[in-house]
Design a protein around this ligand. Structure first.
Ligand code: NDP
Ligand code: OXD
Length: 314
């Protein structure tokens, strides 16, 4: 049984070495050295060459190197086989680190202190709120959002979450769907987005949504943190919101087009933190263990886990 790795900009060697050493008799191949394509039953992919998956006639399962699968769903002629996304405690832990770091950064005004340091200004901001005075709202209560809300709760924040279907989470105010979005935003000082990019979420972080965030919070204005997908945000609207004080600050890990163009005004904006889509990277050895485990389940006749719902797009 052969598995083809097509990991785009990510180095394939660690995956190839890892999967070959798992003792599961996998014949591991790396694009473009496919050998006889009729042997290939599995693919491990991240932004593979356009249309490549359609050239594998006996493909049975596609594994995504990451949790997001938008990079695969846009492929032409995507084979009609199960698409399994990456779910792993290591990935989840890294994302919650990012979320907590950026919530705390804005809560504790680290952008202002960094500016003051440059000018050697010893000044404490008045009325530093404690965590329990701040309302954090997490959009997306999936694998990553659920862990993030638990960790934010431990720090003492007033936490709410928003998702497509209604959830019940102890100590978290849960909102759902279109109807739930307005009240969710109205009680949110710091908005964290962990949504996938789908037809339903594209462009959601726009002027209208940002204008709906709480205006009566203890910070100078609302904050946006997006580590979901760049196409969920409208960057021109975020810049307008920052410049009109509708938004106080933003941390962005993902962008409409990546890498972010050197021409983007986001780079120079003093109230924007930019990271290069590394809020949570997939650990290669964790990916190998996960894929080997899923293949073992599949070969054993057990159900694959974390199969994407193609109708919903995540
Ligand atoms: P899940 O599929 O587990 O969760 C997705 C969540 O989004 C669910 O709660 C779902 O609602 C909600 N959702 C989807 N569509 C809508 C909608 N139209 N309206 C409201 N809620 C919606 O995904 P993960 O938590 O594992 O990952 C989330 C995303 O994070 C990934 O898709 C990826 O894009 C991004 N990511 C980014 C990384 C980075 O480094 N920046 C790293 C890893 C992932 P419901 O629960 O009702 O289904
Ligand atoms: C992912 C990512 O989807 O890294 O896992 O963006």
């Amino acid at each position: 049984m052969a598995l083809l790795i097509a990991s785009g900009p990510i180095k394939p060697e660690p995956f190839a070495e890892g999967l070959s050493s798992m003792g599961n008799a996998l014949d591991v191949r790396v694009w473009p050295e496919t050998g006889d394509v009729t042997d290939i039953r599995y693919a491990l992919a991240w932004k593979p060459p356009e249309g490549m998956l359609a050239t594998l006639p006996n493909l049975e399962v596609i594994f995504s190197v990451g949790a997001g699968v938008d990079h695969l769903l846009t492929q032409s002629g995507l084979p009609d086989v199960p698409l399994v996304r990456f779910v792993d405690p290591n990935l989840t832990m890294r994302m919650s680190e990012y979320v907590c770091l950026h919530v705390l950064t804005h809560h504790r005004r680290m952008l202002d202190y960094a500016e003051n340091k440059k000018q050697k200004i010893w000044k404490e901001w008045e009325k530093q709120p404690a965590a329990n005075e701040l309302r954090v709202g997490v959009m997306g209560l999936g694998v990553l959002g659920l862990d993030a809300v638990e960790k934010l709760k431990i720090m003492g924040y007033q936490v709410a979450g928003w998702s497509r279907s209604q959830k019940q989470i102890n100590g978290v105010d849960c909102f759902a769907g279109e109807k739930g979005q307005k009240p969710f935003l109205a009680r949110t000082d710091i908005l964290v987005c962990l949504l996938p990019h789908t037809a339903g979420t594209e462009g959601m972080l726009n002027t209208e949504l940002i204008s709906g965030l709480a205006k009566d919070g203890p910070l100078p204005g609302p904050v946006l943190i997006n580590a979901g997908r760049g196409k969920v945000q409208v960057e021109a609207d975020i810049l307008d919101a920052l410049d009109s004080d509708t938004l106080w600050a933003a941390s962005l890990d993902v962008f409409e087009n990546e890498p972010l163009s050197a021409k983007s005004q986001l780079w120079a904006h003093p109230r924007v933190i930019i990271t290069p889509h590394n809020a949570s990277i997939s650990d290669d050895q964790a990916v190998c263990r996960y894929v080997a485990d899923q293949i073992a389940r599949y070969e054993n006749g057990d159900a694959l886990e974390n199969v994407v719902d193609l109708k919903q797009g995540y």
